[in-house]
Design a protein around this ligand. Structure first.
Ligand SMILES: O=C(CO)COP(=O)(O)O
Length: 215
């Protein structure tokens, strides 16, 4: 299972969480990545943790003020990027363009989507992975894998019907080891989570508990 910790724009300490994530990954053998604010990618990557961007723009080098250039985040140390997160929605053509930009820069890609129909459409664009995150459950206390197991199973089926080489992750409300285990049982190959770690009083305890079923 792949665990991707999205720090969003929460008032967390990205280097502290990155260091903890690196250590828990090393101790448990579980693949854990951290996705900080773009401005923090360099110092997060310096900890040695696998580092992802939260977004890249569908642009090349050129006159694109305010954009997040895929090459720049890769140069800063990111090895992958989320695209089309529920809080950073893109038009279809822009998802396609951002995937091209990420490919050009050698970044791994996960395209987020709200539901299984969108997962099928996202998988058709050829990302490395897709992630189903029902917006109503994001930031809540109940995990998608417990509250709506059908959406995860249907997302796995929708992606496989289009391209069975695309990984399927799920996210929203995931915070405990039992949520991660349930996601795996439903066919997901990883989870995205944010508040369960970024807002935790003790991020090390939160991550250790999360990966416990896999250790
Ligand atoms: O949006 C998410 C991860 O990208 C999920 O957020 P929460 O883990 O806070 O529900």
């Amino acid at each position: 299972m792949f665990v991707l910790v999205n720090l969003k724009a929460y008032p967390s300490d990205p280097v502290e969480i990155a260091t903890v994530a690196r250590d828990v990954a090393d101790e448990s053998g579980v693949r854990i990545a951290v996705s900080p604010q773009a401005a923090d990618i360099g110092r997060v990557a310096e900890t040695g943790v696998e580092t992802w961007a939260q977004h890249v723009s569908p642009v090349e080098h050129g006159s694109h003020t305010g954009s997040t250039l895929a090459e720049a985040v890769a140069d800063a140390g990111a090895v992958g990027t989320l695209l089309n997160h529920s809080e950073r929605r893109l038009r279809l053509a822009d998802i396609d363009g951002a995937l091209d930009a990420a490919d050009r820069a050698g970044l791994e890609t996960i395209v987020c989507a709200n539901n299984p129909d969108q997962i099928g459409a996202a998988a058709a664009l050829g990302p490395d992975g897709v992630a189903v995150e029902p917006p109503a459950l994001i930031g809540g206390d109940v995990s998608v894998s417990q509250a709506d197991p059908g959406i995860v199973e249907n997302a796995v089926a929708a992606a496989a019907a289009v391209d069975d080489s695309v990984d399927v992750l799920c996210g929203a409300g995931i915070s405990a080891g039992e949520d991660l285990a349930a996601a795996g049982d439903l066919g997901a190959s990883g989870v995205l989570l944010a508040s369960g770690v970024a807002k935790a009083d003790d991020p090390r305890a939160a991550l250790t508990d999360l990966v416990e079923p896999l250790a």
